[in-house]
Each structure stands twice: as structure tokens, then as C-alpha cells.
Design a protein. Structure first.
Length: 365
């Protein structure tokens, strides 16, 4: 029996040649066996013409997504909070270095558990470009320099309306460096239950609610011009929050901004997707924030990014048990629309995506 050549199979899939696909695949790869494709781009496929090939590609894309859930124990609750921010900053820097977009390529959430020193980092990788970074993401190291520590404490102050007081920076740096030496524990490799217990704070490190710092709030709205096409509203909603999320990550790293909330508003049939930021008043700079929005929108309009966005939207499948698809509840409650897989397939054309991104209006208050 001849051995299947996945590269040749990918080529005939892109050509839309079902007969050639069958010759290349069978009998080496029987029905029911999932093929794994790497470094193959199916973003320009017309899936509506080749329903059987669509199933094949979805199977390949569903293999791409990867979840990373890692945890670590710090010596005090505040130290854990700082370390979580330092680790998430490093993660965001990695994503920015490779030009990846939140929600399109990845989603990440860092959590510290109040009163304990326990930290988790939960990462979803949606595209091959993001999955290629999995090894580095499993080994996140927190930066220990003064600038990074001050940034982390600024982020915490903006998000929690409090101030962290550190009376021994050398000790904090030592503890962070020591925590770096402890490997992250992948949840799947924990063979015995971990008991999470309350911890006392260090005497040199504490929080205060006293108004030592001033916090500014900034509201950013992405608006879609009035359009009667309900399907385009679904695409706008998806892309707008991908923009907000990516901007949030960059602004968090560069300026210490904190994303307080995101929501949609519909007024007179016009839809706005709004992100509310908080920042220390001395760091709040609307002009720099506007520049970041323009930077992200510009990156999304680049050919490689458009191809990746298109590929991501084409991969949406609600029947494979994964949570890497648009949340139906959010679309119903916020914009009153249900978009099914066939609708997303039609919306996934690069030209459609680019035209819509170009029409988005940014307002910063």
C-alpha cells in the first residue's frame, strides 16, 4: 500500500479537485481517521462547493487548537498578584512580538486567588501560528527589573483602585526570581489534589485603599456605520472585540492600562462596541491609546493577518465540543443576532473582512 503524502493531499484540496483528493488519500488513510496538516494554508477555499472537503479541513483545523492551563504557588497573596501580572505581561509581549491577535489567534487569562498565593494562567491557542509558541508559553518567566515591577503594580492599582506599598524592593525581586525557578505545573500532570490554603502577607508588602494615586477612566467605542445587513453586524461585533482585546493587551504592557469591561450598545439601530479602560492618571494618554488602535487596525489589514482571520472564521464549528467559537448567548443578548456556521463561511472572505475593518469608526472619550 502506498504511503499518503499530506502535502499532496493539501494541494488537491486547495485545487478543489475531489477526484484527485480521493486518489491521494485512499486507501492509505481510511474514512474516520483524522489527518493532521501543518504549515498548510486553506484560507482561500470555497467550502460551499466541496462539502466533503469542508469536513476534512474542519477536522484538520480542530486539531490545531490547543489549551494550556498551568499553575504556580507564591509565598504571599500580594506577591502572587504581582507575579501573575508579570507573567501575563511576558505572555502579551510574546504574542505582540509575533503579531498575533487576541480572539483571532489566542485568548489568555491570568488569575490569582485572593487570600492565597495560588496563580493560574489559562491559554487557548486557536491558530497554527499561536500553537507554535506553546513551548515558550508553558515556561513563562516573570521579569524582575524595577521597570517591570513598577508596571505590574501600576496595572494592579488601575484595575483594583488600590496602591501596593513595597518597603523592600530587593526582597520582592529576590522572591520573584526564586518563584521563576519553580516550574509551572500543567493541570493535566497533577496526580494528587492540591490543597489551596490561606496565606499571611509579607510585612514589607501590603495594599492600601488610601487615595495615594489618581485613576483616570477612558472609554473607547468602535462604531459600525448603519447597515441593513444583519450578517455584517455579526462580523463587526466579532472583529471589534478582537481589536479591543488586542489593543488592551498592548496598552496594558506599554502604558499600564487595565481593561475594566467590554460591552455593546445599540442606539437607533447603530451598534457600538465599547471598551472601558482605567489607568493611573499620570500614565493616561488618549493620543497614545488612539495610536495603538490605529496600529492594530493597520496590522489586521495586512495580507497575512487577513488570511489568518479568514482561516479562523472558517474554522468555526459548533458541533465539535470546543469553546473556540463565538458565544451565541452574547450575540443574542447584545446585538440580537444568531449567526450559524454557514453564515460565518460566507463572511470569511478576506475582501469582506477588509472592507468592514476599513469602515469602523473609533471614538475615544
Amino acid at each position: 500500500m502506498k504511503k499518503a503524502d499530506n502535502h499532496k493531499i493539501a494541494a488537491v484540496i486547495r485545487a478543489g479537485d475531489l477526484s484527485a483528493y480521493q486518489l491521494q488519500r485512499y486507501p492509505a488513510i481510511p474514512d474516520g481517521e483524522i489527518m493532521r496538516f501543518t504549515s498548510e494554508d486553506f484560507s482561500n477555499m470555497d467550502f460551499d462547493k466541496f462539502a466533503r472537503l469542508k469536513t476534512v479541513i474542519f477536522a484538520a483545523w480542530s486539531m490545531t487548537m490547543q489549551r494550556i492551563l498551568i499553575c504556580k504557588q507564591a509565598a504571599s497573596p500580594i506577591e502572587a498578584h504581582i507575579y501573575e501580572h508579570l507573567a501575563m505581561t511576558k505572555l502579551k509581549q510574546i504574542m505582540q512580538q509575533f503579531g498575533l491577535l487576541r480572539q483571532i489567534d489566542y485568548f489568555a487569562l491570568g488569575t490569582h486567588y485572593s487570600g492565597t498565593g495560588f496563580i493560574t494562567i489559562d491559554i487557548d491557542l486557536y491558530t497554527e501560528e499561536a500553537v507554535n509558541l506553546a513551548h515558550d508559553l508553558r515556561q513563562l518567566q516573570a521579569l524582575t527589573d524595577n521597570e517591570s515591577l513598577n508596571l505590574a503594580m501600576s496595572q494592579i492599582a488601575a484595575g483594583n483602585d488600590c496602591t501596593i506599598i513595597c518597603n523592600n524592593l530587593d526582597k520582592l525581586q529576590y522572591n520573584i526570581a526564586k518563584l521563576n525557578k519553580n516550574d509551572w505545573q500543567p493541570i493535566e500532570k497533577i496526580d494528587q489534589p492540591l490543597i489551596i490554603s490561606p496565606l499571611a502577607e509579607h510585612k514589607f508588602l501590603y495594599e492600601t485603599d488610601d487615595p495615594i494615586t489618581s485613576i483616570s477612566h477612558i472609554s473607547c467605542a468602535l462604531k459600525q456605520p448603519l447597515n441593513s445587513d444583519a450578517a455584517l453586524l455579526a462580523l463587526f461585533y466579532y472583529l471589534a472585540f478582537a481589536i479591543h482585546g488586542t489593543v488592551s493587551d498592548i496598552a496594558n504592557v506599554r502604558l499600564g492600562y487595565y481593561n475594566l469591561s467590554e460591552h455593546a450598545e445599540r442606539i437607533n439601530k447603530s451598534t457600538s462596541c465599547i471598551c472601558e479602560f482605567a489607568a493611573l492618571s499620570n500614565l493616561a494618554d488618549r493620543a497614545k491609546l488612539r495610536d495603538i488602535y490605529h496600529e492594530v487596525i493597520g496590522k489586521m489589514l495586512e495580507k497575512t493577518a487577513l488570511a489568518r482571520i479568514s482561516r479562523r472564521i472558517k474554522s468555526f464549528s459548533y458541533n465539535d465540543g470546543k469553546m473556540n467559537v463565538p458565544n451565541i448567548d452574547m450575540y443574542i443578548s447584545e446585538i440580537g443576532i444568531v449567526a450559524g456556521e454557514k453564515t460565518w463561511q460566507k463572511l470569511a472572505k478576506e475582501k469582506t473582512i477588509a472592507n468592514l475593518i476599513n469602515k469602523i469608526i473609533l471614538e475615544i472619550v
